[in-house]
Design a protein around this ligand. Structure first.
Ligand code: AP5
Length: 210
């Protein structure tokens, strides 16, 4: 299964990818997580990406295409994968197509900008393993502590309201056209965001015929 998850910042791509990768038994490739790890480790890619990410802008296509080509060549991707947060521009989608990759489905999680603005203020992420929580919708067992690794939960730098607004504008301009790109190829499946994470997972599995 080769699946792309599309959606606005905060639509729930990472949350759903985490659930679906267990259901489908394939790895999740999140360019956001790869870039945050690169920043944390002070690598040249991280240094290049940081200012773009802090401002809510996209990291240049050539950096992303390099990262994703390397990652998809690793052995655990042989049986399939879920792409979370990539492609994000037509140029990235064309690069994947030119690499000969054929996807089974592209799922777009549909949610309004208003719901995103409200939701993002409550997101908390683990500073050690990157796991994502929400103070009301997906709370950890112990406040401020990651269920998975015991790391501290913090607010992401790019979740400040003004940065979320910038990220939404970038999404509408650069990433939303991918819906038409994949609809033309007969791959697009739209799923409305549901009130709970579980209901959204069920809706995605339904459109995937699972
Ligand atoms: P990235 O990390 O990919 O951020 P994003 O796409 O903006 O998405 P998020 O991680 O913010 O949200 P999500 O959709 O995964 O939602 P989540 O599951 O956390 O990218 C960050 C930056 O890196 C970009 O701005 C860019 O600079 C750069 N970058 C990355 N990839 C790139 C690329 N390909 N090209 C160029 N630049 C790139 O859920 C959000 C919250 O909602 C959580 O708190 C969650 O618990 C909660 N929640 C989820 N579902 C539900 C539900 N159904 N009901 C209630 N709450 C829910």
């Amino acid at each position: 299964m080769k699946l792309i998850l599309l959606g606005a910042p905060g639509a729930g791509k990472g949350t759903q990818a985490d659930i679906l990768c267990k259901e489908l038994d394939v790895p999740t490739i999140s360019t956001g997580n790869i870039l945050r790890a690169a920043i944390k480790n002070g690598t040249p890619t991280g240094l290049k990406a940081k200012s773009y990410m802090d401002a809510g802008n996209l990291v240049p296509d050539e950096v992303i295409i390099g990262i994703i080509s390397e990652r998809l060549a690793e052995p655990d991707c042989a049986k399939g994968y879920i792409l979370d947060g990539v492609p994000r521009t037509i140029a990235q989608a064309e690069a994947l197509e030119q690499a000969g990759i054929q996807f089974d489905s592209v799922v777009s999680i549909e949610i309004t900008d208003e719901a995103i603005m409200e939701r993002m203020s409550g997101r908390r992420v683990c500073e050690t393993c990157g796991a994502s929580y929400h103070v009301a919708a997906v709370p950890p067992k112990t406040e401020g502590v990651c269920d998975k690794c015991g790391g501290a939960l913090v607010q992401r730098k790019d979740d400040k309201p003004e940065t979320v607004k910038a990220r939404l504008a970038v999404y509408h301009k650069e990433t939303e056209p991918l819906k038409a790109f994949y609809a033309e190829r007969g791959l697009l499946k739209k799923v409305e965001n549901q009130p709970s994470v579980e209901e959204t997972s069920q809706a995605i599995l339904r459109v995937l015929g699972r």
